[in-house]
Design a protein around this ligand. Structure first.
Ligand code: MN
Length: 248
């Protein structure tokens, strides 16, 4: 009997305006994920998450589909859905992972991250990230009404979009492209974790990057965001593969 593969996804950015992505995800759950060893969701699963008390038809539909998945489910926060809480995890049967986390992936120690913390050249973002991830800010935010939270998230999203566009090389931003990971930071975190394999998302630049960590061959595998295609990583004892499929 061949061992079942472990699957990784990230950056689905689930949102009611993208019924096509929602549908692709539900099919992915019913198909590939059902026969997996485990499913890992490495952040930005939702486009925005205002709090576990934001109950609506869209969120409830996703929660029910996840809850029905008969395999172990692991969830990591992204920069969009960092307010996914214990109530959400309990309702879908997921284990919340801290960022970073090292797992034993079919015999290979593997570092899992969302990826935003690797973009250290984007100093403005790193500063915002510290604020958003602070318990004081989060407690404050969750104490607001849902309409207030939605308004805040909307304006933060506009600022983030303007910041991203201003820093794209095509728009005359820095040639070294600060929106991608910092290579030295990748090596540093992999060395510190004692791993030679890493999986993350966030940058929307799906690829496999060979590199050297402590003078040994290593690899960083980047998941893609779900848009015209869905992306996932399939891993078993023979290794891993980065795969995609078209979203109709
Ligand atoms: Mn992200």
């Amino acid at each position: 009997m061949s061992p079942r593969p472990t699957l990784f996804i990230s950056d689905l950015h689930l949102h009611p305006a993208r019924a096509d992505i929602q549908q692709a995800f539900l099919e992915f759950l019913a198909d590939a994920a059902t026969s997996a060893e485990a499913l890992y969701i490495l952040g930005d699963f939702f486009e925005v998450w205002l709090g576990d008390d934001d109950v609506n038809d869209f969120n409830t539909g996703i929660i029910e589909a996840l809850a029905a998945l008969p395999v172990p489910l692991y969830l990591m926060h992204g920069n969009r859905d960092f307010l996914l809480g214990q109530q959400f995890c309990a309702s879908v049967g997921a284990t919340l992972l801290s960022d970073p986390t090292v797992i034993n992936l079919h015999g290979t120690p593997t570092l899992l991250m969302h990826g935003d913390s690797l973009c250290t050249a984007d100093t403005d973002y790193m500063q915002v990230r510290r604020l958003l991830r602070s318990p004081a800010f989060q407690a404050d935010f969750l104490a607001k009404s849902l309409p207030e939270r939605a308004a805040f998230a909307g304006s933060a999203r506009q600022q983030s979009k303007a910041h991203t566009q201003a820093n794209m090389p095509a728009a005359g931003g820095p040639a070294n492209d600060i929106m991608d990971v910092t290579p030295n930071e990748v090596v540093r975190v992999m060395s510190e974790a004692g791993v030679r394999q890493m999986i993350h998302g966030h940058t929307h630049r799906p690829a496999r990057h060979p590199l050297s960590v402590d003078n040994k061959p290593a690899e960083r595998v980047v998941l893609g965001d779900w848009d015209s295609h869905g992306w996932f990583i399939r891993a078993d004892a023979a290794g891993l593969s980065l795969e995609s499929f078209p979203i109709a």
